[in-house]
Design a protein around this ligand. Structure first.
Ligand code: COA
Length: 374
């Protein structure tokens, strides 16, 4: 009985119109649109609009949200002053958690919690996350900051601010697709954390901070970094099988595999696998791809467990030459679209989230004075 509902498996914690999963069939949709159609056709800006308005934008609506997002890319002065200190002292996810929390101090909408102000704050947060990550990385690398280019898409602009060179269209499109694939995923741990926080009627920045904190863990968003570390440890494809078998023998989990909801292929992994393969061919460097293939085959042969979103995302980001410790912050740069939409959805029909518990402690007992305790 103590384990009933452990991990809240199967518990419906909130109703949402934002995304849906059929874990048996491997189906994911955002507001009714198949993730496959969205991955093949949508831009991340369209996804932000879709999640916040529950409809795809018209041309003029898309132009308008693109402009709003492009205008809100610079962090406020308070956060800009804080960033060098964070770059010198904090790991990337800790930086993001702190910088997003600090962003609330000088948000132009202040403590206005109206629906309109919360929407503006949400767009601002979606716009500024990539800048925080890129500025942080350049500061810690002693490189000149690259101001955002309003003519570039959110995805292309991030790569530009991070690396200082404009990505070619194919690369920018691929990264854009990664953002599309990570934008929302029903009641995952970080989204749930955001909704729990919002349900106390705390502010949207606090809810985003809670979400980042939850995403950071290796059982959630932190898995993509752990995958790349594993690939690097394995070194060559011929060593992958033994490495994985040893992990299983030690009862360790293989990061990037398994999922609470999917009992078949995670549909996001299908796209990320394809992109990893394309990039292996394009870059002429099959290394990560071959090791990943061998890991996937071994995990399937030994345990019948499928890769999740994080497994091939690691190879894709590796091929895009993104530093490994930025993988999880990049996940956040996408998921902020879903988190902020979920928080607005929570505010719109709120009830405090307060689950019940199963008590497993001692039965009622008498107070023992300090002098009588052995
Ligand atoms: N490697 C090895 N075994 C795994 C596994 C993995 N990645 N994922 C699940 N399993 C096994 C468990 O050991 C367990 O086996 P058992 O029943 O023999 O004890 C069974 O599958 C169920 O796993 P459990 O951890 O209870 O499932 P969960 O729903 O609580 O956890 C995850 C889901 C995602 C946390 C889990 O699959 C995991 O830890 N994966 C690795 C981390 C990861 O990639 N996270 C990103 C998720 S998108």
């Amino acid at each position: 009985m103590a384990n009933a509902g452990k991990g809240l498996e199967g518990v419906v914690a909130a109703e949402t119109a934002l995304s849906d999963i059929d874990g048996q069939q491997g189906i994911l949709s955002y507001v009714g649109y198949s993730i496959h159609d969205l991955a093949d056709n949508a831009t991340f800006e369209e996804i932000i609009y879709l999640l916040h308005h529950l409809e795809l934008p018209t041309e003029s609506q898309l132009a308008s949200i693109r402009e709003q997002l492009a205008q809100e890319r610079e962090p406020n002065g308070f956060v800009s002053e804080l960033l060098p200190t964070l770059a010198a002292n904090a790991a990337p996810m800790s930086m993001l958690r702190t910088a997003v929390s600090a962003s609330s101090a000088k948000d132009p909408d202040g403590w206005d919690v109206s629906e309109a102000a919360n929407y503006r704050k949400a767009i601002r947060l979606c716009a500024v996350f990539p800048t925080l990550v890129a500025y942080y990385h350049r500061l810690r690398s002693d490189e000149k900051l690259i101001p955002p280019d309003p003519n570039l898409s959110l995805a292309a602009n991030f790569l530009y601010m991070l690396k200082g060179d404009k990505a070619d269209d194919d690369t920018a499109r691929m990264f854009d697709t990664c953002l599309v694939l990570h934008a929302d995923h029903t009641m995952n741990a970080s989204t749930f954390a955001a909704r729990v926080c919002a349900a106390t009627l705390s502010d949207i920045h606090s809810a985003m901070t809670a979400a980042i904190a939850a995403l950071k863990g290796p059982l959630h968003g932190g898995a993509n970094e752990a995958v790349m570390k594993m690939i690097k440890e394995i070194k060559t494809a011929d060593k992958a099988r033994d490495y994985i078998i040893k992990k299983f023998a030690n009862k360790e989990k293989v990061m990037g595999f398994g999922h609470r909801v999917y009992k078949t292929e995670d549909p996001r992994a299908t796209h990320l696998r394809r992109m990893a393969k394309e990039l292996a061919e394009k870059t002429g460097d099959p290394h990560n791809w071959e090791i990943s293939q061998e890991i996937e085959k071994t995990v399937m042969d030994e345990k019948g467990i499928y890769p999740n979103v994080d497994f091939y995302a690691a190879s894709v980001y590796g091929y895009l030459q993104i530093p490994t410790d930025l993988f999880t912050p990049i996940f956040a740069c996408s998921r902020v679209a879903g988190w902020s939409a979920h928080v607005r959805e929570q505010y719109a029909d709120n009830r405090l989230i307060r689950p019940d518990h199963g008590y497993v402690g001692p039965a009622p007992r008498d107070w023992t004075p300090l002098s009588d305790r052995g």
